[in-house]
Write a protein that binds this ligand. Sequence first.
Ligand SMILES: Nc1ncnc2c1ncn2[C@@H]1O[C@H](COP(=O)(O)OP(=O)(O)OP(=O)(O)O)[C@@H](O)[C@H]1O
Ligand SMILES: [Mg+2]
Length: 253
Amino acid sequence: MSHHKVELKEVSFSYADGHQALDNVSFLLGHGESVGIVGANGAGKSTLLSVLTGIQFPQKGTVRVGDLPVNKKTLPEVRRSVGLVFQEPDDQLFMTSVYDDVAFGPRNYRLDEEEVDRRVMEALEEVGITHLKDRPPYKLSGGEKRLAAIAAVISMKPDILIMDEPTASLDPRARRKIMNILKGFSHTKIITSHDLDMIMDMCTRTIVLKQGKIAADGNTGEILSNEKLMEECGLEIPLALQNCPVCRSSKAI
Ligand SMILES: Nc1ncnc2c1ncn2[C@@H]1O[C@H](COP(=O)(O)OP(=O)(O)OP(=O)(O)O)[C@@H](O)[C@H]1O
Ligand SMILES: [Mg+2]
């Protein structure tokens, strides 16, 4: 895929029970952009990612990834270029060992076992869970499962990396490790999170969702420091921008 662009044009999506989760959402992400998607619980972030990756198709509007419109026909090709880490690791891990889960994608690409093993061990090392490779995923802790799910996507070497709440339930060291992996990923990346300090650190652009609509789209520093906007959207400005309780001065961006 030549350009790792992502485009949504006037996308609306309702679930089968009639609940509208996305309402006329449009944006264009250019090659190499790092974009944070933020919003209160239920704002539509995970739904947006599922529409972007063709897990669900919108009733209205169009989605394009790279040069392709996302539809049933193009799905195999779209999935080759986009790596999605689900919000719930249990939705992603289904093999009997962490190793096999991380090997699943590369094996699907029909790589030879030597290359599969190289990719698996590299991905496990990158996220720091080589010691878990023979464990059954369902017996891992929440944070360990998340790291395994991230490794399972990294091993596929996607062109576009999409992560739904990647730092949730991670300890500080694992959180830092994941942030470093994201920083090292030079292609397009899209990250949803309630960890706004992480978004501030990782993403140059931020899109704010409110009840399925885009409430703001622009420079991360400007958006996340806008107290009024954050409050209107059910959010708070990142801890790093909040006033210091001791000296009362605001910390630098
Ligand atoms: N399967 C479903 N059927 C009906 N409504 C759903 C379904 N899944 C999600 N919703 C609703 O769609 C809206 C958006 O949900 P979504 O999971 O996209 O929110 P989110 O921004 O990812 O929230 P969170 O921060 O809690 O992860 C919510 O109001 C939710 O209740
Ligand atoms: Mg979500």
